[in-house]
Design a protein around this ligand. Structure first.
Ligand code: ARG
Length: 734
């Protein structure tokens, strides 16, 4: 599961929570403290030691796990820095290297030598060097600091701690709070910036099932791609250079092709992005009633407009595929989350937990009326929740708005320092990158439609008393009988009269920018209303910042109390993009009465869904031919080829691409998704339904080996089997 994008994270950040002390299988544990779980893990089938998972003294499995690009996870599977991750994590790298002539997104690609590997600009991975509890240092610095100055003080001491930890090294460090600022941890990373694409299946395999099957089991998606870390001559991190060499890692994962069965131990090691397991019932209600439906509605507008254009030409389809997939992924996520929050009665469950808590807290002056305070905070913000969601998901969803709103200050500083040629050339370079990025997904028809439709839904959905003045002014000047026609009219007018929206004319403007011209441009006048901090200040006053501050204060107290209430029990902190381990079993489930889902899916099931020429269910000829011959080689099991499997491991967005390991620490699959019946999992883990969906490593190897013919990649890996190859005749008889 790829991490939720920034705008959504921001929205989620103000919806908060509550959970229970841990049940088995639930929990994203800090590797440094995994020893506490060791007895339970051993009972479940774990055969290694905590030191094998995380150590600062010797190479351990943590050294084979990377944060991939900051939004996914990857694992090292060879002595030459080979990385496996998901197809949807490599999607942007693949799509942006695809053209109609050399279409690796649709056709797939496997490098047959290092020379053929494709450098991916901007992509990076980070290895965790170590983590450390720095709570005492942070708390000491906060001593006698007034409430209002605390945030600044925390930022300052975090900076000092990080700087001390990385002095004289090429490392990066962050201090992150866990348990809602009741504990602070230092994370030190080594970052690599020369990452190259080594292989990808055609997207018909990598994204098989498309949005229809997304977030659902049973699933037959080959969601993997292959990259490599490069380093300089001394095996140190370096920017891209043709002379860089494949990185020699401290540790790489062995691979098991023995297969999985129900009840086997399994473990996921990666970088889960964000959970809100301590969200209160008030937050659940706001998500169900306000935030989620608004996000879904606004994403629908974008998706429909893009799809219409993507269906018109391959050029447009390739250009928009990546942003489409991103927005569609969390569009369906929020539909599912709402549905399951209701079906699993999470609101009622949280209320019950909160009542228990309040009973327990009766005698504590600090905690006795926490829930009443939550209620007050939410009631004050609730009338603004839809409006707030519109800001990120709607008003700022038109990329030109963000770009153009920044231009004034850029041009002013250009004028102020026009003799500083180094500065000017750096700014020009930044502007060039900005325009090129913008141009890649610019589509006049879709962009104009999205802009107009978002504004007209804003006009209809956001209470009139909250409308910013510029909305009234647009309506006054461009009225055409209905909100739809009015904002369409306004959009037409902007596109016609502005020099800042169409990328070529923007480029031309920037080659010789004039502040007067800028200030007279209608798009600039509009965008100035949408500088995010100013918008929040002008339209929400202190409502939003007060809500946030109060929510943070209450969360901190609530967690402190819960930790005290459950003293001695194992309690894991919410995910926050730091490294975690989750463990459990390969496990089937019953989605509803009378049905049990198997733990595995196969290529037979994939072929049963095959629809030639379809957007989502097509398959490449190479797969169809190999299937016809049942050419599954050592990757077969019972005469067929397994594609996916499920386990009850606790994961979330950001875990996408994470290794699924067996009890011996061998790679058995790559985690890529969650299941529909437990879409409320980021807010409440449901033991009965929650599953992780992974692609079986044997399917991955089969694609690379048999369909891709890339023995060079296969030969790099340490592949372990304990069975003799199945005789071919048997396979044919099956
Ligand atoms: N739901 C998956 C995740 O968040 C992403 C799957 C991408 N595939 C797709 N059809 N959009 O990790």
């Amino acid at each position: 599961m790829k991490k939720v994008n920034y705008a959504v994270a921001l929205l989620l950040a103000f919806v908060l929570g509550f959970g229970n002390p841990v049940k088995a299988d639930e929990g994203m544990w800090l590797p440094m403290l995994i020893g506490k779980n060791y007895n339970q893990m051993k009972k479940q089938g774990f055969k290694l030691t905590p030191e094998d998972l995380y150590s600062v003294n010797k190479a351990s499995i943590k050294d084979a796990i990377v944060s991939f690009g900051g939004f996914c996870t990857g694992e090292i599977v060879s002595k030459n820095g080979l990385i496996l991750t998901n197809h949807h994590c490599g999607y942007d790298a693949v799509a942006s290297n695809s053209t109609v002539e050399n279409n690796i997104l649709d056709n797939g690609f496997y490098a047959k030598s290092y020379q053929e590997e494709k450098p991916i600009q901007g992509l990076f991975v980070r290895f965790l060097v170590r983590m450390e509890d720095v709570t005492p240092k942070v708390m000491a610095a906060l001593n006698n600091v007034e409430e209002k100055d605390k945030a600044a003080k925390i930022a300052e001491i975090s900076k000092t701690i990080s700087a001390d930890a990385t002095a004289g090294k090429t490392w990066e460090a962050d201090v992150r709070d866990v348990y809602k600022a009741n504990q602070y941890l230092l994370f030190i990373y080594e970052r690599f910036n020369d990452i190259r694409l080594v292989g990808t299946p055609p997207q018909s395999i990598g994204k098989f099932g498309g949005d229809t099957d997304n977030w659902e089991w049973p699933r037959q998606t080959g969601d993997f791609s292959v990259f490599r870390v490069y380093a300089d001559q001394n095996n140190k991190s370096a920017t891209y250079s043709a002379t860089n060499k494949p990185y020699t890692p401290k540790k790489s994962l062995p691979i098991s092709i023995k297969g999985v069965k129900n009840g086997d131990f399994s473990m996921v090691y990666g970088f889960p992005g964000r959970t809100d397991r301590y969200l209160t019932s008030y937050g659940v209600q706001m998500a169900i009633e306000k935030t989620n439906p608004t996000i879904v509605k606004l994403r629908d507008i974008r998706l429909k407009a893009w799809k219409e254009e993507m269906d018109k030409s391959d050029d447009t389809r390739l250009a928009l595929s990546s942003i489409y997939a991103n927005i569609a992924n969390y569009w369906k996520y929020f539909i599912g989350q709402t549905e399951q929050l209701k079906r699993l009665k999470i609101y009622e469950e949280k209320q019950k937990q909160e009542n228990d808590f309040s009973q327990w807290a009766l005698s504590s002056p600090e905690n006795a009326n926490l829930m009443a305070q939550y209620k007050n905070a939410y009631s004050a913000f609730e009338p603004y929740a839809v409006h707030f969601t519109y800001l990120n998901e709607g008003l700022l969803a038109s990329p030109w708005v963000r770009n153009v709103s920044q231009l004034g200050s850029t041009i002013k500083s250009m004028n102020a320092r026009k003799d500083d040629s180094a500065y000017i050339s750096q700014l020009n370079q930044n502007l060039n990158t900005m325009v090129s990025t913008y141009q890649k997904t610019y589509n006049e028809t879709a962009d104009k439609k999205i802009f107009a439709q978002v504004l007209s839904s804003f006009y209809n959905d956001v209470p009139k008393s909250q409308h910013p003045k510029f909305i009234a002014l647009i309506v006054e000047d461009f009225w055409k009988g209905s909100a739809e026609a009015t904002f369409q009219n306004y959009a037409d007018n902007l596109w016609k009269n502005s020099k800042l929206i169409e990328p070529e004319s923007l480029r031309k403007f920037l080659s010789n920018p004039s502040i007067e011209e800028l200030q007279n441009d209608p798009a600039y006048k509009y965008a100035l209303n949408l500088v995010p901090q100013d918008y929040v200040k002008n339209n929400f006053g202190t409502v939003y910042s007060q809500f946030q501050a109060e929510k943070n204060r209450l969360d901190n107290l609530y967690l402190k109390a819960l930790l005290a209430k459950n003293k001695g029990a194992l309690i894991y902190p919410d995910a926050n993009s730091t490294m975690r381990i989750s463990y459990g079993q390969i496990q089937n489930y019953s989605p509803k009465d009378g049905i049990t889902y198997n733990i595995t899916t196969t290529i037979d099931g994939m072929m049963a869904k095959y629809q030639p020429g379809d957007d989502e269910f097509d398959l490449p000829q190479s797969l169809i031919d190999a299937y016809a011959k049942r050419d599954f080689r050592q990757y077969a099991e019972n005469g067929t080829l397994n594609v996916g499997f499920i386990s009850n491991n606790d994961i979330t967005g950001g875990n996408s691409g994470s290794p699924v390991l067996n009890g011996s620490g061998e790679l058995i699959g790559i985690a890529f998704d969650g299941n529909w019946e437990a879409m409320s999992g980021d807010i409440a883990f449901d033991k009965q339904y929650k599953r992780t969906i992974s692609v079986d490593i044997r399917f991955v190897l089969w694609c690379i080996d048999v369909l891709g013919g890339a023995k060079n990649i296969i030969n790099e890996m340490d592949i372990r089997t304990n069975k003799l190859p199945v005789p071919k005749e048997k396979l044919i008889l099956k």
